[in-house]
Design a protein around this ligand. Sequence first.
Ligand code: FE
Length: 341
Amino acid sequence: MDFRLSRLLCTLAMAGASLASAQAEEKVLNLYSARHYQTDEALYSGFARQTGITIKRIEGKEDELLERIRNEGANSPADVLLTVDAARLAAAHEMGLLAPVRSAVLEARVPAHLRTTDWFSFSLRARVIIYAKGAVNPDELRNYSDLANPRLKGKICSRSGSHPYNLSLLASIIAHQGEAKAEEWAKGVVANFARPPKGGDTDQIRAVAAGECTVAVANTYYLARLMRSDKADDRKTMDKIGVIWPDQKGSGTHINVSGGGVLKNAPHKEAAVRFLEYLASDEAQRYFADGNNEWPVVAGIKLDNPALQALGKFKADTLPVGSLAMYRAKAQVIFDRAAYR
Ligand code: FE
């Protein structure tokens, strides 16, 4: 070989090696997170302790984060996106922001219906029916379909139909029963409203306890948060409320997820996959459950959360998370037609 050429190759090889080692030394992970729970700090410090990789976090509102990553394009420093709601995770996929991940750890630990090729669920929240104790017979409220029964006229409080939690619930109804039944249901629920939709889940819980309405739906972690609150008022609120696991004899209670994926232009892909794997570890799964009152996706995790324990066991809908996303646009059209604003 020509001497100069071999020297050039040698120099290039050395440059490549030093570049690689510089990247390996730079032990950081850029996390874009729409989770805004204080207890998530434990997740980040746990990962740093185990791997020596420091997490640089950028927090934002769900949809803003997706826009931001899209606008940053190939120069985006984002390694991992963490967010809530299956439909939002699917939106990240549809926008082409995520990289496919093959990981034996994730495949072994996250059940198949809770993952896709490029995003993974790490915790579960159930959308349950709540009612004012004494004001309604819980036997008449066994299924989501009961919410559309004219018996409940003037009794239901709800947050907006455009909110992802309600869109995902309706998406699951479309997936199980078809569009026509789903629309009938949405119209029936609207006909039962005590007032136009407003506020968040906690507002609906408080409205039921205050007697503004008698029935609503809410995510379980909001209930658990009130149950564990150190404010006497919050616990009093919960004393007035009954919780129902809908559709226990049918397809199971609708669950939504919190999850994440590795971004297509992630500068630290290896660290990103390690972080996702960490989120599926026993330790991280316990943080989700004990800290933020969500259920682990990994089976057999020992929990230490009195509120989750009090809520008890239930049959969860095993509809693949991808299906919730698939029917989200249709759900919005149906809510619009039903004037579920
Ligand atoms: Fe929430």
